[in-house]
Structure formats: structure tokens, C-alpha cells
Design a protein around this ligand. Structure first.
Ligand SMILES: N[C@@H](CCC(=O)N[C@@H](CS)C(=O)NCC(=O)O)C(=O)O
Length: 209
């Protein structure tokens, strides 16, 4: 069985969404990304991955895969019938990778990471100024389409859904991009997305309590 190391509402949420959209049963282990402890047994998360970051997907053969773009595509390829990624050789596979890179580098690392995860840092003016033009790209793309790639939900949508969910706590009102607001509402209406988010929000509250 696949195992996912995650932290509630961190970028590993998109991997949980993908697993649930694909109907893949998995074991979930909460890894605290600040203390680097695995909550179940208090062991050192860096023993699972020296990066000390989620997501980590443990494959059936025991190998460990990191990096959301790789983990998400792996999950999609475990259950190709779920249609969570175009198959290799389909030109849309590169579109999927294009979006995964953009979300991972330009939204996650350039904005969410410094503002949401390190909000006490004083040097946030540049990421805040840049995010408006960054988000204008998916906003224009989604003004005419239901999904990021092709005409169905893919792992790129799972990843963008997670990123958009974190914009408000990072201090950005998504209402200024009506197409992104409408997209997020559509994505949150999906049963798998709703369940994944509810599970992680509850875990997050327990951690804070
Ligand atoms: N490039 C990685 C980034 C993973 C990452 O930054 N994960 C964050 C949570 S969203 C984390 O675990 N951070 C802990 C740390 O950086 O120490 C990916 O796209 O998966």
C-alpha cells in the first residue's frame, strides 16, 4: 500500500486529493514540518527523507519519492483510468508538467512559502508585489476553461486548489480574480476535494489546540 507523509494543509494536501480522486487507499503519517518529528511515534522525519519536507510518498517497493510534481504524477500513473494525468506521449502531459512547475515554483516557493509559512519574516514586499502578475496567468487561462489541462480534472488542478486555498491565510483576497474564485468553488464542490480538505482542517485545528 502507498504511504503518504503529510502535514495538514501543507502542499502534501494536493497528494491526498489526488489519492482520493483516484480512489487509491493509502496510509497517512503526519510529519511535523517544524519539529521534524513523526507524530505517531516521535521519530525523526529526516530519517524518512533528508529533505525534512512533505510530501513523501512511500511506494509499494519501499522506495521514497519526494517533490509534489513527481509524487502527483506517480499517483496519477498508478491509476491511469482515473484520468488524473494525460498519458506519456500526449502533448498535454507537457502542459501538465508546465502547470505543476509554475504552481510549485512561482506560487508555492515564491509566495506561499515566504508569506504563509514564514509570515514573521520582514522582507515580504517583493513576493507580494509579484504574486499579482503570477496569478493573472492561471486567472486568464481559467476564464475560458473548467480545468487547467484538457477537459477533465488532473493532478495540476489538485495542486492549484491547494495553493489557492492558502492565499487567504497568506493575506491575499482571491475575490480580485473572479475566474480563480469560481474555479476554487468548483474544485471544492468535488467530493474528494471536500473530504481531503475537511480531514486536514480538522487535523490542523487539533495540532493548534
Ligand atoms: N519542492 C517541494 C517543496 C516541499 C515543501 O516545501 N514542503 C513544505 C510544506 S508546504 C515543507 O515540508 N517544509 C518544511 C521545510 O522546508 O523545512 C515540493 O514541491 O514538494
Amino acid at each position: 500500500m502507498l504511504q503518504l507523509y503529510f502535514f495538514p494543509m501543507a502542499c502534501s494536501l494536493s497528494s491526498r486529493i489526488a489519492l482520493m480522486e483516484a480512489g487509491i487507499e493509502a496510509q497517512y503519517h503526519l510529519a511535523h514540518i517544524w519539529t521534524k518529528k513523526i507524530v505517531d511515534d516521535g521519530s525523526d522525519f529526516r530519517g524518512v527523507s533528508p529533505k525534512g519536507a512533505v510530501p513523501v510518498l512511500v511506494l509499494a517497493n519501499g522506495e521514497r519519492l519526494t517533490e509534489s510534481a513527481a509524487v502527483l504524477q506517480y499517483i496519477a500513473d498508478v491509476k491511469p483510468k482515473a484520468g488524473l494525468a494525460p498519458s506519456f506521449g500526449d502533448p498535454d502531459r507537457y502542459r501538465l508538467q508546465e502547470w505543476l512547475s509554475y504552481i510549485g515554483a512561482e506560487i508555492h516557493k515564491a509566495f506561499l512559502f515566504p508569506t504563509f509559512w514564514y509570515k514573521d519574516d520582514g522582507s515580504l514586499a517583493k513576493p507580494r508585489a509579484r504574486i499579482t502578475q503570477t496569478l493573472a496567468v492561471p486567472a486568464a487561462h481559467l476564464a475560458e476553461r473548467e480545468f487547467l489541462v484538457g477537459d477533465r480534472f488532473t493532478v495540476a488542478d489538485a495542486h492549484l486548489t491547494w495553493a489557492l486555498l492558502l492565499l487567504r491565510p497568506a493575506g491575499l483576497d482571491i475575490a480580485q480574480w473572479p475566474s480563480l474564485s469560481a474555479y476554487l468553488e468548483r474544485m471544492q464542490a468535488r467530493p474528494a476535494v471536500r473530504e481531503a480538505v475537511a480531514t486536514e482542517m480538522a487535523l490542523r485545528k487539533n495540532l493548534a489546540a
